[in-house]
Design a protein around this ligand. Sequence first.
Ligand SMILES: [Zn+2]
Length: 113
Amino acid sequence: MKNNPKPWLYGSDWQGKRCEARTRRGTLCQRPGNKINGRCKLHGGRSTGPKTEDGLARIIASKTTHGRFIKAEREKVKRRAEVGRIVMREVKGIEQWAVDPGYLSKNWRDQFK
Ligand SMILES: [Zn+2]
């Protein structure tokens, strides 16, 4: 074992709660435990996440990169696509209105190629 010259923060005289998880050797873990569930970070005692709305909002803000997968954003994209389909339907109707009586030839788009 490596000899660590620094004194251990949670030495043998530390009064806090110790982790009581069973190790593979069969002994107790005895690492310093979480105040809430008494387990160390290796045995289920890591942070259980934000509890308040404010904390949750902070986590979301820090993890969001572009927001394309946010539910509201996806709804917005869907709405825009629906508007686009409506507009294209109307344009097609207008085109038909001009082609049918002969104001426009059926392949009038070819002259712009
Ligand atoms: Zn443990």
